[in-house]
Design a protein around this ligand. Structure first.
Ligand SMILES: Cc1cc2nc3c(=O)[nH]c(=O)nc-3n(C[C@H](O)[C@H](O)[C@H](O)COP(=O)(O)OP(=O)(O)OC[C@H]3O[C@@H](n4cnc5c(N)ncnc54)[C@H](O)[C@@H]3O)c2cc1C
Length: 547
């Protein structure tokens, strides 16, 4: 279905800032820029968060392992950000404790600065990690950033602590530290929603097919990927936040001779049946020096990942290969008493990290820090975004704005720290209270349903459910407590255009639905969108026109 497309003869729309890419970096910059009073347009060729930003490990974390690479700036910024972000979105983010079992065979990856230093001063360790060094790393991790909500590191006796129960008996000692969980794809859509509420134009299923700098501005041609209709936009500045496609945009869409290169590193995850009963995550260290996480996921499942493999081409859809699945299963089975097997795997997903190519030997060693490269094409500024993490998206957006604001005479300053995302205007520890308020107002909900809604929509849940008095008022039920009312909210407020958008990105309810149920959801979405177009005589997405 076409959306936002204009006939080529229409005069170009003019904006201050045009952003390519509806991942976390594009949407974060759109929100920040719109809040500073700039007129902003963003084009995403697929769905919001369709690429890397829905395929992460979903942690707001400092990145403990980056300490070994001496990436202190990145770790410190990310550690400080965790609590700033948590306060702004207590519905989609929450504190999580990580258990790091210690054993004598723990090894460093061989080419980190720390391993090289240790090889020189303690050659007899032969690459092993002494317990005191891990404790020292965690001491730094606790103190490098500010921390008022999250508890610090503690030592665990795995023979006594429930966290030891699912692990093999050889693990007797562990360290426990804090980081945060984040629903990555919802983070993206909430940034887009906030940007839109502040005046930004967000166009999904809209591909940028060419961009040319001419006399201090950009002429950008976009194509509606469903109808093929093209339209032209004009903007003073252009941001290339195309993630894995950042190089493709530079070379093929802009035709730039810029020499900066992106290094594509694939990371895959497996989702298994729930492997243990408590709510803590594990940080496992492998004999190859790599680490993986095992994380409680969507109540009934466990998330295990990730891998690090060079990925040849952004156009190649990333999938978890049988080798990657085997690697993750063997890795986890080294720790869990009950081996994790193929039969336990329910779903897999894979994403591509768009890292700045710093010439590192291995994919694991390539820097996770972000780099912003500003250039001009015929007097028109172009900002290219390389690398970054979900955790640093807000700081990245601020850094991006610092680079482009000199081009605008009226543009206010930083504002996003401390301002909640849609639905996040309640205290960090207020989820339970919000669930109680919801149950009081909508007594037909049960606890699990109410919690699911609060974790997705926060205080906006009252708007999603509106004046409903009974479940019947919510319309058809599609399975897994999805109702017509919720789908309408997704279509009108969250750019939902297909069942896949809703069941795998606005939620992870695809884990609980049959293909028939997903097909029914898709039929409903398509009928609603068609009815809207017929009713309005408009080709615009209901999200744009109604939202
Ligand atoms: C396996 C894995 C695990 C990770 N885990 C974590 C973690 O736990 N914590 C953390 O902080 N970070 C993590 N990250 C990093 C984080 O996910 C990424 O840094 C971040 O998602 C990158 O966002 P982005 O917006 O730059 O790219 P993307 O999300 O890929 O967005 C770019 C968008 O641009 C669009 N696009 C491309 N070309 C065009 C065009 N021509 N026209 C219009 N649109 C276009 C694409 O469709 C895409 O949606 C992880 C990454 C991976 C791969």
């Amino acid at each position: 279905m076409p959306q936002q497309a204009r006939a080529p003869e229409c005069p170009p729309e003019t904006h201050d800032l045009f952003i390519i890419g509806g991942g976390i970096n594009g949407c974060g910059i759109a929100r920040d820029a719109a809040g500073r009073g700039l007129s902003v347009a963003l084009a995403e060729m697929g769905d919001l968060a369709q690429a890397t930003s829905s395929a992460s490990t979903k942690l707001f974390h400092g990145g403990l392992r980056y300490l070994e690479y001496f990436e202190f700036r990145l770790v410190r910024e990310a550690l400080i950000e965790r609590e700033t972000l948590l306060r702004a979105m207590p519905h989609i983010s929450w504190p999580m404790r990580f258990v790091l079992p210690y054993h004598r065979d723990m090894r460093f990856e061989s080419d980190t600065p720390t391993s090289r230093l240790l090889a020189r001063i303690m050659p007899w360790m032969k690459g092993r990690r002494p317990a005191w060094l891990i404790r020292f790393g965690l001491f730094l991790y606790d103190r490098l950033g500010t921390r008022t909500i999250l508890p610090g590191t503690s030592d665990l006796d795995l023979r006594q602590d429930p966290a030891g129960a699912p692990l093999k008996e050889r693990f007797v000692k562990a360290f426990e530290y804090s980081d945060c969980w984040i629903e990555d794809a919802r983070l993206v859509v909430l940034n887009a929603r906030d940007a839109k509420q502040r005046g930004a134009r967000i166009m999904t299923r809209t591909k940028v097919v060419s961009a040319q700098g001419c006399e201090n501005h950009w002429e950008i041609t976009v194509e509606d990927v469903e109808s093929g209709t093209r339209a032209i936009h004009r903007a003073r500045a252009l941001v290339n936040a195309a993630g894995p496609w950042v190089g493709d945009i530079l070379t093929n869409t802009i035709g730039s001779t810029n020499r900066d290169r992106v290094r594509l590193v694939r990371g895959s995850h497996i989702v298994t049946r729930r492997l243990y009963d408590h709510d803590k995550s594990y940080f496992f260290q492998g004999p190859d020096g790599r680490i993986i996480f095992a994380i409680p996921y969507e109540t009934d499942f466990t998330l295990i990942g990730t891998t690090d493999t060079d990925h040849a081409d952004a156009a190649q859809v990333p999938v978890c290969t049988p080798e990657e699945q085997r690697y993750l299963l063997d890795f986890a089975s080294d720790y869990f008493k009950t081996p994790v097997t193929d039969a336990d795997v329910i779903w897999t997903y894979s994403g591509v990290r768009p890292l700045y190519d710093d010439g590192a030997n291995s994919a694991t060693a390539a820097t996770r820090d972000y780099l912003l490269k500003l250039s001009e094409e015929d007097g028109a500024p172009l900002l290219n975004i390389f690398g970054g993490k979900i955790t640093t998206y807000r700081k990245l957006a601020e850094a991006a704005m610092a680079r482009v604001t000199p081009y605008f005479s009226t543009c206010s300053g930083e504002w996003t720290a401390g301002i909640s995302l849609p639905g996040g205007d309640f205290p960090v520890d207020g989820v339970e209270q919000l669930v109680c308020r919801l149950l009081e107002q909508y007594p037909f909900l049960d606890n699990r349903w109410a919690l699911r809604l609060v974790r997705a929509y926060g205080t906006d849940t009252f708007e999603v459910l509106g004046d409903a008095r009974t479940t019947k008022d919510l319309g058809q039920e599609f399975g897994a407590s999805i109702t017509e009312r919720e789908l309408l909210w997704g279509i009108t407020n969250e750019w939902v255009c297909t069942a896949e958008d809703f069941v795998w990105r606005r939620s992870k309810l695809g884990l609980r639905l049959t293909q028939d149920q997903i097909d029914r959801i898709d039929d409903f979405i398509q009928e609603t969108r068609s009815a809207f177009v017929e009713g309005q005589g408009s080709t615009e997405n209901p999200a744009v026109a109604l939202g």
